[in-house]
Design a binder for this molecule. Structure first.
Ligand code: ISL
Length: 567
């Protein structure tokens, strides 16, 4: 807890969270897969970066069909990632540096190998309705291609899986399921973790009909499968279920004596729902991951069909959320293990990698909300752009490739789309140093190192005061230092140039101005009035001074101690 203007603020309001995709972070035992001991060895790096918490991708027991988002036992650590002792050592080391550990929990679905599902399949099982079984499946298409239903011989019925075939959806209508989820979360708090990132938590309430069944979605002409999201996204009992979790789990205190942090991943969440769910007093979650800004650059509901989008449009969208979230709280992110890397998606990795990575970081981090850094984003890493089938690992991409090719599309066209938005492009191992496997592993990495990361490793950036890494450190430090960044109001200033963004944060007499050029061309500095007199806190082009011209991807952060002198 820190004090901002006499109010006690929980750490996550003034903090920055770092996302670790464990299997690609650091491998301690040479099997080519990152693990808990590998992460333990990098705690000093995280402490030097200055982050307040790490969110670690799932490391529970899992057949790894979806890299751990298919959990077969919530109480065991998958041996590929380490042991219970490794976890305790990691928690202790993180806590010794005041860094919290947030675990990633997928409870919308389990793995087919979970004993609950194994029992549920048995005819007459007491756990039968822990999952969704149907004789007549709906026409919903899975996120990972094909039908969302799979016929199971043992059960003699179809089960619902909105993600992979190995990821059956739990039936949250059943109170026993909800009680068990709360109980297992409690056991993770007992282990000393500080909070949860809840995978697709807004999918847990299904829109059932009077008979308790699920309904078909309207299909496009000539199509058998349809977009079923209306049947399970932001469903009718979602807020009730979250309130229940809040009472049972989130109101507890962590071993460190802090409130449990709760972060809901919510594709297709609306601003209104996000505001209600995260409202300061009555909200059940601390923050959500919303998706509007990362859904702008593709066709609605089809991530594979790109739509040209200016980065300034994504910033304008985030700005709309800044206002719309009201007394609630949002997470701020460009990147994660599901999204293309930011500098490749919105920046210019070939001509202005450093400046575009820094400026994208700046516009995001100085907004109101909790910034998230996805491993390697602080190095300004570009995406891998895998375009050969042999380089792909992700179930989503492999299924999409198979189904698009089966539907008659030329393989190279499909691979080209996967090279842009396939999830493997952001999942390559962290480059720690200049050695052949980047210091990630002494063995063969489970997915190849991205050739384009050579020379961008953490070791060389730590030695370079002008690196993207140095800029991210500065951004994190600014949030810790200036309460205007934490609690200040937000105003997007209207300009005339569609590629230049200016916003202002204000808090009792202090104001902060962010000016950013989001294009690979230069532009005029917007008329800022006396703003040029502000104190320059951070900039991408220190040599530019107060020139009335912005370089490609230039950004400046100015502080005014007397709000009246700000524009
Ligand atoms: O990756 C996506 C689309 O390509 C997203 O729609 C993603 O599926 C969605 O954000 C949900 O993601 C989460 O749940 C999935 C898992 O595969 C993702 O890695 C996880 O972040 C199923 O558990």
């Amino acid at each position: 807890m820190i004090d901002v203007e006499g109010q006690t603020v929980p750490w996550w309001r003034s903090g920055v969270i770092y996302q670790v995709y464990l299997r690609s972070f650091a491998d301690s035992d040479g099997d080519g897969i990152g693990d808990l001991v590998g992460l333990l060895g990098k705690v000093d790096y995280l402490a030097r970066l200055g982050v307040d918490a790490v969110w670690v991708s799932p490391f529970y027991l899992s057949p790894q069909e979806d890299n751990g988002y298919d959990i077969s036992d919530y109480d065991q650590i998958d041996p590929v990632f380490g042991s219970e002792d490794d976890l305790q050592a990691l928690i202790d080391a993180l806590h010794a540096h005041d860094i919290r550990l947030i675990v990633d929990l997928a409870v919308n679905h389990t793995s087919v190998e979970h004993t609950w599902f194994v029992e549920s399949r048995q005819p007459g099982s007491a756990r039968r309705d822990w999952y969704w079984w149907a004789d007549e499946p709906t026409n919903w298409e899975s996120f990972f291609s094909g039908s969302s239903w799979e016929y199971d011989e043992v059960a003699g019925a179809h089960y619902l899986h909105v993600f992979g075939v190995g990821q059956p959806d739990l039936n949250w209508e059943n109170p026993e399921v909800r009680a068990e989820v709360a109980a297992l979360m409690g056991r993770w708090l007992d282990r000393g973790v500080d909070g949860f990132r809840l995978d697709v938590i807004n999918f847990v309430s299904k829109d059932v009909d009077a008979g308790g069944g699920l309904r078909d979605a309207p299909a496009a002409p000539g199509q058998v499968l349809a977009d079923g999201r209306d049947g399970f996204v932001n469903g009718p009992r979602l807020e009730e279920y979250l309130q229940e979790l809040d009472q049972r789990v989130f109101e507890r205190t962590t071993r460190r004596g802090e409130p449990v942090v709760s972060i809901g991943e919510m594709p297709d969440v609306t601003i209104d729902l996000a505001r209600r769910i995260t409202a300061r007093e009555e909200g059940s979650l601390d923050m959500v991951f919303s998706f509007e800004h990362v859904d702008l650059d593709h066709e609605p509901g089809d991530k594979w069909r790109s739509r040209p989008t200016r980065p300034a449009e994504a910033v304008a969208n985030l700005a709309r959320w800044q206002i719309g979230i009201g007394s609630g709280w949002n997470s701020l992110y460009w990147s994660n293990h599901d999204q293309p890397r930011a500098v490749s998606r919105w920046g210019d990795p070939d001509r202005f990698r450093v400046a575009s990575a820094k400026t994208l970081g700046t516009v995001l981090h100085l907004m109101r909300g909790t910034p998230f850094i996805y491993q390697g984003e602080e190095l300004g890493l570009p995406g891998a752009r895998w375009r050969n089938r042999a380089d792909l690992r992700d179930v989503e991409s492999l299924n999409y490739l198979a189904s698009a090719v089966a539907a008659g599309e030329p393989e190279r066209d499909v691979l080209e789309r996967i090279a842009c938005v396939g999830r493997d492009n952001a999942r390559t191992p962290m480059p720690w140093d200049g050695s052949p496997q980047g210091g990630f592993t002494t063995g063969n990495p489970w997915i190849a190192m991205a050739p384009g990361h050579r020379g961008l490793d953490a070791q060389s950036q730590e030695a370079d005061g002008a690196s993207v890494l140095a800029h991210y450190r500065a951004l994190i430090a600014l949030r810790h230092e200036h309460s205007v960044i934490v609690e200040g109001t937000f105003t997007l200033l209207e300009g005339t140039d569609p590629d230049t963004v200016v916003y202002r944060r204000e808090l009792t007499g202090v104001s902060l101005l962010v000016v950013a050029r989001l294009a690979s061309t230069g532009g005029a500095l917007p008329a800022l009035g006396p703003a040029a007199d502000g104190r320059l806190l951070l900039s991408t082009h220190p040599e530019a001074g107060s020139r009335a011209h912005l370089e490609p991807w230039e950004s400046r952060v100015l502080l005014f101690d007397d709000a009246t002198s700000a524009p």
